[in-house]
Design a protein around this ligand. Structure first.
Ligand code: GLU
Length: 295
């Protein structure tokens, strides 16, 4: 059992302000809030805006407005990830010093071309659970002087976890407690399989952190005991459990909930205004209508 369970429960809703909230976000926020209220726990809101090119202050303002309209209250101050890049960089540096992270220099199009080249033999190159190819570059094998020489050129690079080395560092099986369910009805004790993600990005070439690194560090820093989120992030939990073990962070309980799908059976997207909470509000619906629709 995660040792953290002896403490009062702490929940969080952690949207990215790169678009307007839709019904899927409302479901997540409501479930988090209600679980916190029912268990006498705390409810936090975290703004996950490390992608400073796509995130905008007006979307952050809309998050506060939509959640207030839904009748939710949260603790202040709100943690905004872009205010804490130095914190993520410090923990990344520790992984680099432990030789668990390496700089990778291939751009997105170079990755695509390298994968296509590797697949000319007819053998499929491994892909992660989101369908992205594993990193095909060979920088993980570079020695210290090759690495230093390339870094000195100032070329754009991401820092990646050396997955094979990382898995070699941890002892015992890796799993998590699931109180919701995964896409294939996985529940209770779920085996983590971080290897299926390949060498994940810890710090992007265009942002000084990554989703995986900052979400894991912040959940620990904020004492989150229950991570409640959509099933689209179910498999990412394998990576988060690995990072927790590597960085000696506490283990939360996970609860993955169903996704809201559109008429075509696809996950809602922020660019589809029709399912945006603001559109429901403008059409005269109430927060109670949204609750009745979703819960
Ligand atoms: N920021 C992520 C998103 O908007 C959610 C992170 C999480 O709940 O782990 O999809």
């Amino acid at each position: 059992m995660p040792e953290i369970l002896s403490k009062p429960p702490v929940f969080r809703f952690a949207p990215s302000p790169n678009g307007l909230l839709h019904l899927g976000h409302a479901l997540s926020a409501l479930i988090n809030h209600d679980m916190a209220t029912q268990s006498g726990g705390r409810f936090l809101l975290r703004i996950e805006d490390i992608d400073t090119a796509r995130c905008r202050p007006e979307f952050e303002a809309a998050i506060y407005e939509d959640l207030t309209w839904l009748g939710l209250g949260w603790e202040k101050p709100v943690r905004r990830q872009s205010d804490h890049f130095a914190f993520y960089a410090k923990r990344l540096k520790q992984l680099i010093e432990r030789e668990l992270a390496y700089p990778s220099f291939l751009s997105r199009s170079e990755i695509k071309a390298a994968v296509a080249e590797k697949e000319t033999s007819g053998r499929a190159w491994p892909r992660d659970p989101d369908g992205a190819p594993h990193y095909p570059g060979d920088e993980r094998h570079w020695n210290a002087s090759e690495r230093a020489k390339m870094l000195a050129t100032g070329g754009q690079h991401a820092w990646r976890l050396d997955m094979r080395k990382a898995l070699g560092e941890i002892e015992g099986p890796l799993f998590w407690q699931e109180t919701g369910a995964g896409p294939d009805s996985e529940t209770e004790v779920v085996s983590a399989d971080p290897a299926e993600w390949g060498d994940i990005v810890l710090s992007r070439s265009d942002a000084p952190s990554s989703y995986h690194l900052s979400v894991t560090l912040d959940d620990a820093l904020q004492g989150i005991t229950h991570v409640v989120r959509g099933q689209d992030l179910f498999h990412a939990t394998s990576v988060h459990r690995l990072l927790q073990r590597l960085l000696d962070l506490p283990e939360p309980v996970y609860h993955h909930h169903r996704l809201i799908l559109d008429a075509a059976g696809k996950k809602l997207s922020k660019s589809d205004g029709a399912t945006g909470l603001a559109a429901y509000r403008a059409a005269g619906h109430s927060a109670a209508d949204i609750r009745a629709l979703l819960l």
